[in-house]
Design a protein around this ligand. Structure first.
Ligand code: NI
Length: 170
């Protein structure tokens, strides 16, 4: 169950939109891949991890925001936003930008459709942190990081913070 290296801001795989995943083609290797993703996410103390963050351009992500302190593992394959509403301005971070956080306005509620690890199509609803995680992880699959969504002035601040933090990244 190896923990994989997490790709960092500036690496090409994080800027590239991932092509849809062919479930039938991947299902044999999916259990081992998911084990690695969970191990990597937990080692980094994250609440979500997208495949490009371990260098794979695949529309696949895992999320566990631990509602009520209990693990609730979600696997999303080819996720799509079904609906969004409300707004919430909250602090956001990313395992690909270690040590860098900034407030970002996101939608407060999100409904997504995705295949689960068994290839079954499901719809999931989330509020607050889970809604944020859906939006953040789907952004990763579209080649976007949260810093890309900031207003100009905030982006400059965060780019400065990245410059300071980068020497400590692996
Ligand atoms: Ni992220």
């Amino acid at each position: 169950m190896p923990v994989r290296r997490v790709t960092k801001h500036g690496e090409k795989v994080l800027k590239t939109a991932c092509p849809p995943l062919d479930y039938e083609a991947i299902k044999g290797e999916l259990p081992a891949l998911l084990k690695d993703m969970w191990a990597t996410m937990q080692a980094a103390r994250g609440v979500g991890l997208a495949a490009p963050q371990i260098g794979l351009s695949m529309r696949l992500c895992v999320i566990d925001v631990r509602p009520d302190g209990k693990s609730q593992r979600l696997v999303l394959i080819n996720p799509e936003i079904v609906s969004l509403d409300g707004e919430l301005n909250d602090e956001e971070g990313c395992l690909s930008l270690p040590g860098v956080y900034h407030k970002l306005r996101r939608r407060a509620r999100a409904r997504v459709r995705a295949l689960d690890e068994n290839g079954v199509s499901r719809e999931l609803s989330g509020e607050g942190l889970l809604a944020r995680a859906f939006q953040h992880e789907i952004d990763h699959l579209d080649g976007k990081l949260f810093v890309d969504r900031l207003e100009f002035e905030d982006k400059l601040k965060v780019l400065d913070a990245i410059k300071t933090a980068r020497p400590n990244w692996d």
